[in-house]
Design a binder for this molecule. Structure first.
Ligand SMILES: [Zn+2]
Length: 94
């Protein structure tokens, strides 16, 4: 998943604002990090962010989760392709 400063940079590019508190809240507490990335909590946490930062802040929270999902699956895909290539090479399959 992208580090917090990558999320902040992306928010600046999209909105002109950092939304640093949003990204730090999601990422920086190791004990709550998984819970705060849980997509079943989007309604609950989304309401909280909308009340505090408006619709744009809500959207930046959702975008953070989206960007993490995308990055995580890109890593999974890369690792899987590497494992398949290594396994085929091991057995001499071309
Ligand atoms: Zn994150």
């Amino acid at each position: 998943m992208p580090p917090t400063d990558v999320h902040i940079k992306a928010s600046i590019e999209r909105t002109g604002k950092e939304y640093k508190e949003v990204h730090e809240w999601i990422d920086l507490d190791p004990e709550k990090k998984a819970e705060r990335h849980d997509i079943t909590k989007i309604y609950e946490y989304g309401k909280m962010f909308e009340e505090k930062y408006g619709k744009e802040g809500l959207q930046e929270y959702i975008q953070h989760i989206h960007d993490d999902v995308k990055t995580k699956f890109e890593h999974v895909q890369h690792d899987l392709e590497k494992a398949i290539a290594e396994t085929l090479a091991y057995f001499g399959v071309k």
